[in-house]
Design a protein around this ligand. Structure first.
Ligand code: FES
Length: 293
């Protein structure tokens, strides 16, 4: 896949990271297909790729080929507190026969649609420990809580919470007024973090973004899918640009205003734009998870 180096930001760490992921993902797609075929009789964890219909925050501009996958969320009440943890819901794990092999899959029906781990299998994420269907059973450190990352693009996050802390609903209580000088205030409050990635290397971290917005709250009132996959106006998505795998942000880059994306999720690498308030059904070809021993 050709990479236009001129379009990458000059900051060298990001540039190396992006190039590494792109190369790795491209090669892994070829290599792991072979590995899965060879090792399928000795492992039940690999596989799971192919054409997948998924829910995405819509891609509205730029070179990205499709939207980024939504992560259905759930709130877990905190005993003794009038508050709740925000968690990403993981699909139910089961064993199925596919092409003569028994494999584990994470798939479940939500509002008549199939939610599966395959939604997240692109950009190298298909190799991350957290994307394996039974990851949290095999690695008790991994959980479905959303946790903040350190050094966020959001000042509020850097000042009020710390990296590794679980996201709580109360942290977003000012969502109807919050603003940071980028775009319109009061349309949604974002945070960046990780999911199913505790204790793993940064290169294995499933980056996520959470937004709490009255627009989501209103849309969920007459939309069964949103009613079951968002709560109290909170929605989430896997934060990997479908173009070349950068990490975008909602109101995280002042430069977004130049591209009409001040009120959208904007990827600074090549100016792709996503609308977090338009969650659509679309499809792509998911990469297979490499087989493991
Ligand atoms: S990585 Fe190219 S637009 Fe996001």
């Amino acid at each position: 896949m050709p990479v236009d180096e001129d379009k990458y930001p000059v900051e060298s760490d990001r540039r190396r990271f992006v190039k590494g992921v792109v190369g790795g993902a491209s090669l892994a797609g070829i290599a792991t297909a072979g590995a899965a075929a060879v090792n399928s009789t000795t492992s039940s964890s690999g596989g799971g790729g192919g054409s997948v219909t998924f829910r995405a925050i819509e891609n509205t501009d730029g070179p990205a080929p499709r939207g980024m996958p939504q992560i259905p969320i759930e709130l877990e009440e905190i005993p003794g507190e009038d508050d709740a943890y925000i968690k990403g819901r993981w699909p139910e794990v089961s064993e199925v026969e596919e092409q003569g092999k028994t494999i584990k899959v994470a798939r479940e029906d939500i509002a008549g649609e199939t939610y599966s781990s395959e939604w997240f299998q692109y950009c190298g994420v298909q190799t991350y420990p957290g994307v394996y269907p039974d990851a949290t059973e095999e690695n008790s450190d991994l959980t479905n809580y959303f946790r903040y990352n350190g050094n966020s693009k959001f000042t509020w996050q850097n000042e009020e919470v710390s990296g590794g802390q679980k996201m709580k609903l109360s942290h977003f209580s000012d969502y109807e007024t919050w603003g940071n000088g980028i775009g319109t205030a009061g349309i949604g409050k974002p945070a960046s973090g990780s999911w199913r990635s505790e204790g793993l290397e940064p290169s294995e971290t499933m980056a996520i973004e959470v937004i709490r917005s009255s627009r989501i709250e209103e849309a969920a009132q007459d939309n069964e899918w949103l009613a079951q996959t968002t709560d109290s106006g909170v929605m989430a998505h896997l934060n990997k640009c479908t173009h070349f795998c950068c990490v975008p942000a909602f109101k995280g880059q002042a430069g977004a205003e130049s591209f009409g994306a001040a009120d959208a999720v904007y990827c600074q690498c090549h100016q792709s734009v996503y609308d977090p308030f338009n969650i659509i059904s679309t499809n792509f070809v998911a990469l297979p998870r490499p087989a493991r021993d």
